[in-house]
Ligand binder design. Structure first.
Ligand code: COA
Length: 424
């Protein structure tokens, strides 16, 4: 077996190496503390492998993303979101019959318990839909018991996939003050999402194949991304044996942050700001590079991709096609393209390997599809749901799983004696 050697205080230790199916190498330090008394320090966990996983492969240098071995480019072009859900969660592509059964199941579990509607009523209209999404995902555990039988866990997975979409659409209806629109069993997953968001009791929503296909592709592109912040959160919470709904609710909260899923909303707000300010890109490029300013070029940079984000490449092409097909022209698209062009030539961005990420163009497509800005992160959550579920399932079935409990290096005061303050 190959080993790594560590020299610590003149003593040599050996640690086994683990090699992944794509040749990635890890040093197994699970016995490090027991053998040496030392721990590792890795803020942000950029060098830490927290699990072995069969689900998603990313090569950040080469710009490769594959779900269960299938390249994202092929899935985005030829597959459907529901098929990708099956692939991620069950490990292989479904047969025609398996796909039909799966579609049937996630269609016939879409209704929310009527009592849950009261929760939506209690929120102020200004509530961000992500706050509602997170609370509602956890609230499902109040209705569907935490069962350990694999068949019942599978049923809860189906329920979550089916109902999450209804929750997302209801959260939107709440924000615009319109009546909730119930799911329709004759529609596909993505059509039903659009129907519940945009139909009103007085008028059905006119489904467009261009819009449905574009949304389906966006959901596929977001479906999994190995151990990112929200997925690690799902695994972290799940490692304490918290139930599926509680773990996913925590993942939704993690996704909300502007450095993660919240970036798609921030990108559009940034582009709108630049547009209103007369389109002066250079001013904002200078600000993004200024270390005294907190302004960042949202939609740029990635912890893992250091060459290009393959999802951004697919989306850039798709943005032009979708906007053309819909006959929409958006000045924000021109601003985005100009910013990208300048950034790709600017040494600040080039040296730091900062490239457009998935969020840079997704917001422009969402806008063209008529999806409001505050729903962008919700759409990301809807797309990421099968990835979270697949990772949660893999974690619970992995005999190596232990409760996640990192350590720390304490840097506070050394022991000191307490002296009471004289209050007289
Ligand atoms: N605009 C300007 N500068 C940026 C930047 C951006 N979008 N992203 C990173 N940088 C700079 C940092 O200031 C840092 O510069 P320094 O080395 O001079 O200190 C360097 O690039 C490395 O950035 P860092 O924040 O350490 O990288 P990270 O891996 O911790 O963070 C992101 C990755 C994605 C959080 C970060 O690139 C970011 O904030 N991007 C914008 C938000 C976004 O689009 N998020 C969606 C991700 S899919």
């Amino acid at each position: 077996m190959s080993m790594a050697k560590l020299l610590l205080n003149d003593k040599e230790y050996e640690f086994p190496l683990i090699t992944g199916s794509e040749g990635e190498v890890a040093i197994d330090i699970s016995k490090l503390r027991a053998q040496t008394g030392a721990i590792t320090y890795d803020p942000g966990y950029g060098n830490t492998g927290a699990c072995l996983s069969d689900i998603t492969f990313i090569d950040g240098e080469q710009g490769i993303l594959r779900y269960r071995g299938y390249p994202i480019e092929q899935l985005a072009e030829k597959s459907s979101f529901v098929e990708v859900c099956y692939l991620l969660i069950y490990g292989q592509l479904p047969t025609a019959q398996e796909l039909k059964d799966f579609e049937h199941k996630i269609t016939y579990h879409t209704l929310l318990h009527e009592d849950m509607k009261k929760f939506f009523e209690g929120y102020p209209r200004t509530a961000h839909p992500m706050a509602i999404m997170s609370a509602m995902a956890i609230s499902l555990s109040a209705y569907y018991p935490d069962l350990t039988d694999p068949e019942m866990i599978d049923l809860n997975i189906i329920r979550l996939l089916a109902k999450f979409k209804t929750i997302a659409a209801f959260a939107y209806k709440k924000s615009v003050g319109q009546p909730y629109i119930y799911p329709r069993n004759d529609l596909s997953y993505t059509e039903d999402m659009l129907h519940m968001m945009f139909a009103v009791p007085t008028e059905p929503y006119q489904l467009s194949p261009v819009i449905t296909r574009a949304l389906d592709m966006l959901l596929i592109l977001h479906a999994d991304h190995e151990q990112n912040c929200s997925t690690s959160t799902v695994r972290m919470v799940g490692s304490s044996q918290a139930n599926l709904f509680a773990s996913i609710g925590a993942g939704v909260s993690a996704l909300w942050g502007p450095l993660h899923g919240g970036a798609n909303q921030e990108v559009i707000q940034m582009l709108e700001m630049i547009h209103k300010d007369g389109g002066d890109y250079q001013k904002y490029m200078t600000l993004a590079k200024d270390k005294n300013s907190s302004f960042r070029l949202m939609g740029f940079g990635h912890r893992v991709y250091k060459n290009f984000d393959p999802r951004a490449t697919i989306l850039k092409k798709a943005t032009d096609a979708v906007l053309n097909e819909l006959g929409v022209s958006d000045p924000l698209l021109d601003i985005a393209k100009n910013l990208e062009e300048i950034a790709l030539r600017d040494s600040y961005f080039v040296d730091r390997k900062l490239y457009p990420n998935v969020d840079f163009y997704s917001g422009i497509i969402y806008r063209a599809l008529g999806i409001p800005t505050e729903m962008f992160t919700v759409m990301f959550a809807l797309g990421r749901l099968p990835g979270w579920i697949a990772q949660w399932k893999e974690m619970t079935n992995d005999s190596a799983t232990r409760i996640n409990r990192p350590r720390q290096i304490y840097t506070g005061s050394v022991a000191r004696d307490y002296t009471a303050v004289n209050t007289r």
